[in-house]
Write a protein that binds this ligand. Sequence first.
Ligand code: SAH
Ligand code: SF4
Ligand code: F3S
Length: 480
Amino acid sequence: MTNGPVPRRLFIDTVGCQMNVLDSEMVVASLRRLGYELTDSLLEADTILFNTCSVREHAEEKVYANLAKLKKIKLDHPSKTLGVIGCMAQKDQKTVFERAPFVDLVVGPGQLHRIPELLHNIESGAGKQLAVSLSRRAGSQEDIRRSHETFDPLRDPTMRPTPFQAYLRIQIGCDKFCSYCIVPMTRGPEQGRAPGLIVAEARELANQGCKEITLLGQTVNSYRFNDGGKTVELADLLSSIHDIDGIERIKFVTSYPKDMSLRLLETVRDLPKCSPYLHVPAQSGSDVILKRMKRGYTVAEYDEMMHRIRTILPDAAVSSDFIVGFCGESDNDFEQTVELVERCRFKNSFIFQYSVRPGTKGAQLLEDDVPSEVKTSRNQRLLELQNAISQEENLKFLGSKVEVLVEGPSKASLKRNEVGPIRQMMGRTHCDRIVVWEGNERQAGNLVSVLIHDASSHTLFGTIETRQSQPDVVQLAYRG
Ligand code: SAH
Ligand code: SF4
Ligand code: F3S
């Protein structure tokens, strides 16, 4: 037996959006380089990190509740290091130490590359460590931007939901300042990453066996980068990544309605690897509310954009986000949102109840005056309508074959603890619809053809096309 150094163990919990999932991948990659191994046991872990989200109050309260539960573990094992990272770390900063005094480390999303150094400081007895980016008015534009840098090139396939799917950040931060939203404060100014870096990272991902890349940005289609006098847009990035061997599918989220240009839509149409799937949140169907939200477009402009999408990409799946119960939202405003959902026939919508975020214009200037029970009932009504539409749209697939990138065993299969290679498998169509079928674990990572015979609002159910099930093969068998 060899007596190498005992590896340190890292527990990391991630909530929030895809940006956080990607950030956690980077943090893990950087700590693995130092010999850390992942564990899903809080008791075994030497370092416990919570990667947090601030977009709604509920998400934050859950983290503080989880931290409170860890107090005893920390008291019993003072050598464990407990860290809060991500958007809530940036927003709450020192308050995290006040609300959870046993936390050792607070690191905002723009400072995650410093985690190895900060953990080292804690081990060396330097006490609690705080690393956050500059706030939006705390310095020159250049200094603020630099304080929100990321360390994307470190990639760790084992930390991804599947090794053949990866997120790739093309844009940091957001400058849209929607009045309800905390993201411009937690993630800082909008910055496009250099195209050379992005394409090199896509190549690296392809070398790691990645087949599907999802480009990430808060307003991903607003991406612009001045590359030696030439402006590079998302459409250009799609073309460059499309040329990389091994990459089979390219997606991008989240899109901003005003920047859904003709050129971008035509690029998606003309490049077969680009998924005909667009996530382009409307937030509301009322002009009064959109104005109060400072979204920068009218309902008519959103409708025009949908018309453009349907004309250029008739088979595209479009999904949306909505906030119900925003300040001053009347029954009439809400009815207009219902009408927009009826008109647009989204593949799916994420529906949220408005949550006041201190530090936003909404919190400063507008009253959160829609009662909680009204928010809940509007939420339910919109969700029911959306689910009915999602199911109708899914039923259109009955009898057709879809090409599916197999992700792995379905959630139901994992829940049932099915063992062995034959189990219910799950994957997605090019337009991001979830498909399940009775399959084989070995299919994971492949593109397979599935014949759809049933559908619910969230899932298509099918059978995999194998040679045995083709009529000519069956006939041969009968003849024999
Ligand atoms: N950058 C993306 C999404 C940002 S956050 C975009 O602009 O579309 C994801 C979703 O959370 C938003 O689309 C919005 O619907 C919701 N959201 C943001 N702030 C919120 C708040 N204060 N209360 C409730 N929902 C919110
Ligand atoms: Fe938030 Fe608006 Fe920026 Fe999206 S576009 S991250 S909703 S401020
Ligand atoms: Fe949440 Fe930060 Fe993403 S606030 S939604 S984790 S950018």
